[in-house]
Design a protein around this ligand. Sequence first.
Ligand SMILES: O=CCCCC(=O)O
Length: 485
Amino acid sequence: MTGLDLLSPHQRGLLIGGAWREADEDRRFDVLDPADGSVLTDVADASVADAVEALDAAVAAQADWARTAPRERGEILRTAFGLIADRADDFAELMSLEMGKTVAEAKGEVAYGNEFFRWYAEEAVRIHGRWMQAPAGGSRLLTIKKPVGPCLFITPWNFPLAMGTRKIGPAIAAGCTMVVKPAELTPLTMLALAGVLEEAGLPAGVLNVVPTTRAAEVSRALQGDDRLRKVSFTGSTAVGKVLVRQSADQLQRVSMELGGNAPFLVFEDADVDAAVAGAMVAKMRNMGEACTAANRFLVHSSVAAEFAEKLGARMGALRVGRGQDDGVDVGPLIDEKAVESVGQLVTDAVHDGATVVTGGSAPDGPGYFFTPTVLLDVPADSAINVQEIFGPVAPITTFETEEEAVARANDTEYGLASYAYTRDLSRTIRLAESLDYGMVGINTGLISNPAAPFGGVKASGFGREGGFEGIEEYLETTYVALPAG
Ligand SMILES: O=CCCCC(=O)O
């Protein structure tokens, strides 16, 4: 069985109201293999009318779904968790094919993404309000939690499974119905996931999936509909701003998980070997195609040469190739535009005065590959330090003092992930409090965890996914005032 076998022919269609809808050839679009640009398969291309029908189905299912017992919703998630775990290798293969990441990395995403289902299977039964005496005595204050209602989820191509499960999991647990629009570049994993949820017993209409090449029209139409109550998006800040504007007329609730420009600070007291190991994870997870990816390496001048040399050696030893081949560490980027954009940032950085420690260009041949690259002495205002790279390039600059490091780390419109290596506990506390980011990793290059609240501040968006906080995004609070009796 290959990953593609996870999808039966009808599952390469739209899922609306519990029925898979196939489409004629002229209403389908191709899904490409980023390793060589060949066509993997095609899927149905939802029209705006299809998307509105998907919302109709979500609206029709909402009231009954909200009335189900929390345990019933939790059990569906727990069953889906088991099915995904059983088919982890096939999910990984499928994701590797459509997205490019190595099968080993895709297995990591399957395990990570699936944990959102297990976590929210457990949280479904812990939704609760509160009861209190009013401060002045007399009345009693009661709160109850209700699902926000039908949601629209727009998921990205870089984590085709995990960015779905961390929206779908809490929505199911909370009793919300949903329409999911997966990324045009990677719809297959989401279609396979929808099949598993069906198999796990999710009632018809709770989850509707509409792959489409008309993302802008679809989101505009659905957000213009007052029956849609919530939008959750993972993707670029530019698109997030459009969705937030579109949410205004119907005052939809929004969760926005947007771009990042993560600083990775290495202080003079850091364990440099540990910092290099952490940098490899923070930079190279998902080939650098992650909003959490370390984007700027700010290294104390006293350890910069050692850090650059060791990081360069590790990056230079990585094997680039097709994600399904044995021994490959780094797969292709998602498309040609991605390779051009990363290449341009590197060229500009070198023009601005940076030195290439390793890599520096795209290899010759088919596919959208970029050689892992380390740059030293990159000016702070070089474009590569200002915008999200989304590729396997580590630009290093130096600093002299903690104040300077923090000021430069915070000197960005973004505020998602940040990382620091230090052995000084007081400094750790100062950094946690002064780094203007939704997430701070200390002496680790991996902060993502289904039990933790993932999210950013400033242009990186708002709302939290995962953890106890994640389910709150799908719950409304009703306050009930009662007399003392
Ligand atoms: O691009 C951002 C996706 C978030 C990946 C993660 O959960 O770590």
